[in-house]
Design a protein around this ligand. Sequence first.
Ligand SMILES: Cc1ncc(COP(=O)(O)O)c(C=O)c1O
Length: 381
Amino acid sequence: MTTWEIPLADIKFDRSEIDAVVEVLQSGWLTMGSATQQFEANFSEWNNVPHSIAVSSGTAALHLACIAGGLGPGDEVVLPALTFVATANAVRYTGATPVFADIQSLDDLTISPESIRSKITSNTKAIIVMHYAGYPCQMAEIQQIAYQHNLLVIEDAAHAIGAELNGKMMGTVGDIGCFSFFSNKNLVTGEGGMITTRDPEIAQRLRHLRSHGMSTLTWDRHKGHAFSYDVVDLGYNYRLDEIRAALGISQLNKLAPNNQIRRSLTRYYHHQLAEKCPQITVPFSDHPGTTAAHIMPVLLPENIHRQSVMEHLKANRIQTSIHYPPITGFSNYREEFKQRPILPRTDYVAEKELTLPLFPTMTTAQIDRVVDCLVEGLERR
Ligand SMILES: Cc1ncc(COP(=O)(O)O)c(C=O)c1O
């Protein structure tokens, strides 16, 4: 097992998270109580959105968003292939069909509005965007397409908590926003997620769906607000527990300064890479809006063997990753969708992309080390 000197991502909890969790344990109430309510309220305030619904994962958030959006068999949903597989799986859980669109360019790895347009048919019901690496998608144009074709817009904001465009937080621009609090994200609770919406009816449906479609919860009965319940929808158990909600509250308090650090480390990376390895393409060189700087993607030059570079960095105990092998290439997707769509920019980037370490406690000396080892890795071929 490699012990990384510089891991891809890292978390540091302090007293505030430990105290918050201990307080929940001492309260004796472990699920869907005051911590979850507080986390949802704080999340809404932070993102300036009226409704936030905490769930057990980002995948659960996406699944419920697809159900609340009314997706089902026969419907098509346009989405990127350069994303985590959960974005497309959520569509398939409902029986709807994912239709993959290409990314913008080698500089902007988010979904291309022009490619979205080319994929729309009479069966298209929704668009799912994913703010890759925390950089906002071209939301004005995407919203315009959605308006013209009467489509729902779901934002996979798993990378983008705290990203902003034109004064709006990502995850609050479309109809439904989905966040993940998985351990490598900008806000972590281990497993966990959040759904945001401005629509009160969608919010109410999402609250039912996350808890078996029940009209009242154990918490309401504990509080003496109800004796029984009805089941008004076909729901799931996608609840978040109080321990994670308490972690989430503490983590949210640190998000703004942590994102600020991520952004300045990213700027430092861009500067060092431009100076020391100009042959590398660094996407998002001048992207509009404010990024959440979730990950640090670069594109390796032609005729460089990515795995050898990754091996060289690994030998120096530096962890790297790939975001992403395109969904269209996975065996399960190839079996299900016999014809692999042609997405030239996505396929090119997927072959060249390398993700470098980035986390708020990273030092500039560590970035220097990563860049120096990367330069060596490129020269060694
Ligand atoms: C882009 C994207 N979408 C969805 C997810 C799924 O989130 P989770 O792992 O919380 O289910 C992730 C997280 O890994 C992600 O990165």
